[in-house]
Every structure is written in C-alpha cells, then in structure tokens.
Design a protein around this ligand. Structure first.
Ligand code: NAP
Length: 244
C-alpha cells in the first residue's frame, strides 16, 4: 500500500508498457481492461476487467478506490471510455492524462483513402478491390458479414461467439505485433488487393501499412474519432513524467 493510487485505462501496447514501468514510481497501480480478450497479467499490478457501468459508475470507482490520477491509455478509437473518463474525472476532481499514439502520416508511395466510418470503408473497398484485408477489430465486422461484393479476410485476436459469420471471407486469428515481412507474405498469400485499417499509430500494427505501400495497394483508412483532451501526451516516457 502506497500513498497514491493510479488507474490506467488500458487495452493497448502503450498502456501495458506504462503499467509495467509505472510500478517503479512507488504508486499503487490499477490496470483496467474492457475484458473483450484474455489479458496477460503484469507482475505487481492489480488488474480489473470489464466495464465500470458508465461514467457515473466510473466516478464512483474513483472515489471508492481513492484514485488520485487516471491515465486514459485506451485505443484512439475507444471513444466511449475516453468520454466517460473525462466526465468521471471532472465530476470527482481527479487528475486525468490522455496517452495515445500519434496518428500515422502517409509517406511517399502510400495510397490512402480516408473515410469517416466502417460502412464507408467497406463501400470504398468494394469499389476498388475483390479481395480485402480487414483489420479494424472484432466489434466492427457486422457490415462485412452479408456483403458479398468482396472476399474479406478479417483479422482478430481470437475466436468468439460475438464474431458474425462472413458470407464471403474468412477469419484469421492472431495477436500482434506484426512485422512488415510477415504482413507482406500474408498479403501475397491471400491475393489481397486493398487493406482496411484504423489509424492506430505506433509500431505494433504498422507492418501492414508498410507492406501495402511495397505492393502498391490502396489502404482505406477509417478516420480517428475527434476528441479534445486537456492533457495529452504521446509517449510512455511523457506519461511517466506526468505521474512522477
Ligand atoms: P469503447 O467503445 O470506448 O468502450 C465501450 C465500453 O467498454 C465503455 O463504455 C466501458 O464500459 C468499457 N471499456 C472500454 N475500455 C475499458 C477499459 N480499459 N476498462 C474498463 N472498461 C472499459 O471501447 P472499445 O472500442 O469497445 O474498446 C474496448 C477496449 O479495447 C478498450 O479498452 C480499447 O483500448 C481496446 N481496443 C480498442 C480498439 C478499437 O479499435 N476500438 C483497438 C484495440 C484495442 P462501461 O461504460 O460499462 O464502463
């Protein structure tokens, strides 16, 4: 038991890295996950899994656990939990930091098409390709389920009953990080002609972007949700400095 408690909202590589390294600061660390996939324990860190039950319930959690600081290190597209964190921290007067990867920038040779949402990504892909690699995550796959305009290769971390059947396509189960060379081989093996991606930022899932560039394939990029964060950092070092 220390004199300070930090809640890390996680589910990203950066969040796990932060939780590991934040222990050195002598705070109690609670690492929170949505519970959609199985998590690897982090030695010395208290893990909790599952939603809090909305913003008010999160505020209650902050009070009952005497949380002093919150770091929202969730994925850039996890907009709901980020909004809840802002609201709960404002209500309870708890310090809040947003930690997220900077967005990727298109490089020479990239053919990116930015679209506002998953449905637009699917429709754009169908206009330009017959075999499409879908990497937007398990919760965004319903729009592809009955769409037979393309063959969809959907990559998710693990099987589950929540995944819709794909009328034309198949699932690939794998947990990143994914290197450029293996992504290149995958795109070739499946004859992929376009990639649908979120602009996650960071190195762990950049391999497919670099591989698409090498093969001259279009990448249909779903735009990041717009959110305003009062205190925002883009590196674990900066988050540790804020905690310290
Ligand atoms: P979301 O839409 O923002 O959140 C939906 C609900 O899930 C939240 O309202 C909250 O439930 C619960 N939740 C989300 N993150 C949580 C956390 N870290 N700890 C406890 N509860 C959490 O989020 P999402 O897009 O479903 O993503 C779920 C998780 O997967 C996030 O933690 C995110 O970091 C990770 N992830 C998301 C993506 C993506 O593309 N969206 C990609 C990679 C990883 P209550 O309202 O009940 O508290």
């Amino acid at each position: 038991m220390t004199d300070r408690t930090v809640l890390i909202l996680g589910g990203t590589w950066m969040a796990a890295d932060l939780a590991r390294r934040a222990q050195g600061l002598g705070s109690d660390i609670i690492y929170s996950l949505a519970g959609r996939t199985t998590a690897t324990a982090i030695a010395g860190v208290e893990m909790r899994s599952g939603g809090f039950g909305g913003a008010e319930a999160l505020a209650q959690f902050l009070n009952t656990h005497n949380v002093d600081q919150v770091i929202d290190a969730t994925h850039p597209y996890a907009a709901q939990i980020s909004a809840n964190a802002i609201s709960a921290c404002t209500a309870t007067g708890t310090a809040l930091l947003r930690l997220q990867e900077p967005a990727w920038e298109a490089a020479a040779g990239d053919q990116w098409f930015e679209v506002p949402d998953i449905e637009a990504a699917r429709d754009n892909a169908a206009d330009m390709a017959d075999r499409v690699f879908v990497t937007t995550g398990r919760q965004e796959l319903t729009p592809f389920a009955t769409d037979t305009r393309c063959w969809w290769l959907a990559r998710v971390i693990a099987p589950g009953n929540d995944l819709p059947n794909l009328a034309t396509g198949e699932y690939l189960f794998a947990r990143g990080p994914f290197e450029q060379e293996e992504e290149l081989a995958l795109l070739r093996e499946h004859g992929i002609a376009a990639v649908i991606s979120k602009n996650a930022g960071g190195k762990a899932t950049y391999g497919k972007i670099a591989a698409a560039r090498m093969l001259g394939l279009p990448v249909i990029m779903v735009a990041r949700p717009r959110q305003v964060h009062e205190h925002l950092v883009t590196s674990v070092d900066a988050a540790l400095a804020w905690l310290g």
